[in-house]
Design a protein around this ligand. Structure first.
Ligand code: ASP
Ligand code: MG
Length: 441
């Protein structure tokens, strides 16, 4: 059995939904995981914020506009009166629910319930369409099996057990379910964070021991560089899990970074496919080796803050790094990149919620400088250190662009460069023209 996940643009119009139905019809039994119709979750966030700040009329206005954007589905997705009536009822129920929050108290629980409506609507409309087409389909509610713990982490054992039970009760060829949404330990509706439908698909694939987890989007796989910035990029045919994880984390938007782990632990390949070009091979992520030293792709992540921590006491001392790291740990702030010299350490973070406290504690043990508006450019490949001169090629490729930090040798898959965000586009283009003479696409 495969798991096939379709993102927001893949279900973004009646025509696209029909294409999804045609794509899943080509294979065997499948669990179909759907995102919300593109743009919907953003609007639901706006509605939630409006209610939170007690701007009820604003919330109702956004709800009305959003509801009217669904009328095209009623007009064009269904061709029978039964289909149209069922579709109208689905839309009405969910938008009535969204309006009902104007009458009652509003808090985090209600906010999360609002966010869940996008996937609820898209899966029900799609299921109704499949029924109208006479397909052997069932709708399986993700709230009945997807569970997170108090830290927001999936509870794999429970997910596995519930899914096994639910799937043993039905033999339908198409099992349709929602990405993104889940229940928390209090039994409330919750979610796997923005973009989390990929994560849902990977968790479901791992839980049922799927043959393959397919992530269908609107681009034909993970590209060797950012196609919005660099011309002539191409899809990378194969990536290892490590390479895919680095690229997803460092900015390749096509795959949610958390979604690599469940698939990798269960040894299940992940295939990235394009809904608009279903026959294109896309990208296969699996535990396979490629020719050592091959540079596969470049990705970049913005919004990076660098902190340089200089201490004369670090000279020939031990324990200094521990004290530095403990400060970041206390404020639950992950560190992305780190480089050290004998008297100083530079590191990067991508969130500044607790920055003031972190800086004041760091100031007690060292002098501290901070730089903002930086980007990490990450060059990913297989066993890069085995190729002589690869680091030189990367740095030479950047020509005279200033580089704030270089990190290499942390893993065998990655060389990271920290540069000013204003130089990012230039850097990606320069690296593209120097590095991709020796690429396996
Ligand atoms: N609909 C959710 C979002 O927009 C989840 C997803 O699409 O992956 O974040
Ligand atoms: Mg996505």
């Amino acid at each position: 059995m495969n798991v096939m996940k379709f993102g927001g643009t893949s279900v973004g119009s009646p025509q696209r939904m029909k294409e999804v139905a045609a794509i899943i019809d080509r294979g065997e039994n499948v669990v179909v995981v759907l995102s919300a119709v593109s743009g919907t979750t953003n609007k639901l966030v706006d509605i939630g914020h409006a209610y939170s700040s007690n701007e009820k009329q604003k919330a109702l206005d956004i709800i009305n506009v959003l509801q009217s954007s669904y009328s095209v589905f009623l007009d064009e997705l269904f061709s029978t009166n039964e289909g149209k009536t069922a579709g109208t009822e689905i839309i009405q129920n969910h938008f009535d629910l969204l309006r009902s929050f104007s009458r009652n108290g509003f808090g985090v629980r209600q906010y999360k319930e609002i966010l869940a409506q996008g996937e609820m609507i898209s899966t029900q409309l799609f299921f109704q369409y499949m029924k109208e087409c006479g397909k052997d389909a069932v709708l399986m509610n993700a709230l009945d099996f997807m569970r997170i713990d108090e830290d927001g982490e999936p509870v794999m054992e429970q997910i596995k057990r519930s899914l096994a039970q639910l799937l043993s009760q039905n033999t339908a060829r198409f099992v349709i379910t929602q990405g993104f949404i889940c229940r928390n330990p209090l039994g409330e509706i919750d979610n796997l964070k923005r973009g989390g439908s990929d994560y849902s698909a990977s968790l479901i694939g791992a839980a049922i021991g799927a043959d393959e987890i397919q992530i269908w989007t609107d681009i034909d796989g993970m590209h060797n560089n950012d196609p919005r910035i660099v011309e002539g990029t191409f899809p990378v045919r194969q990536l290892s899990f490590d390479e895919a994880a680095e690229l997803a984390y460092f900015g390749a938007k096509i795959l949610h970074p958390s979604s690599v782990n469940p698939a990798r632990s269960a040894g299940i390949p992940v295939r990235l496919k394009n809904t608009m070009k279903p026959d294109a091979p896309g990208t296969l992520i699996a535990e396979h080796a490629s020719e050592p030293g091959t540079i596969k792709a470049i990705a970049a992540k913005d919004g990076i803050i660098a902190i340089r921590i200089v201490s004369n006491r670090m000279f020939l001392a031990y324990g200094f790094l521990r004290r530095v790291f403990e400060i970041f740990e206390r404020y639950k702030t992950p560190i992305d990149m780190i480089t050290t010299s004998e008297v100083a350490v530079s590191l990067t973070i991508d969130q500044d919620v607790n920055l003031d406290q972190i800086l004041s504690e760091l100031n007690e043990i060292a002098s501290v400088e901070i730089d903002r508006d930086l980007s990490i450019v990450c060059v990913v490949g297989d066993n890069l250190e085995s190729e002589s001169g690869f680091a030189g090629r990367i740095l030479a490729g950047l020509q005279d662009l200033p580089v704030r930090m270089v990190s290499c040798g942390g893993s065998k898959n990655n060389v990271s460069l920290l540069i000013a965000s204003s130089n990012k586009n230039h850097a990606l283009n320069l690296l593209n023209s120097t590095l991709f003479t020796k690429v396996t696409a």
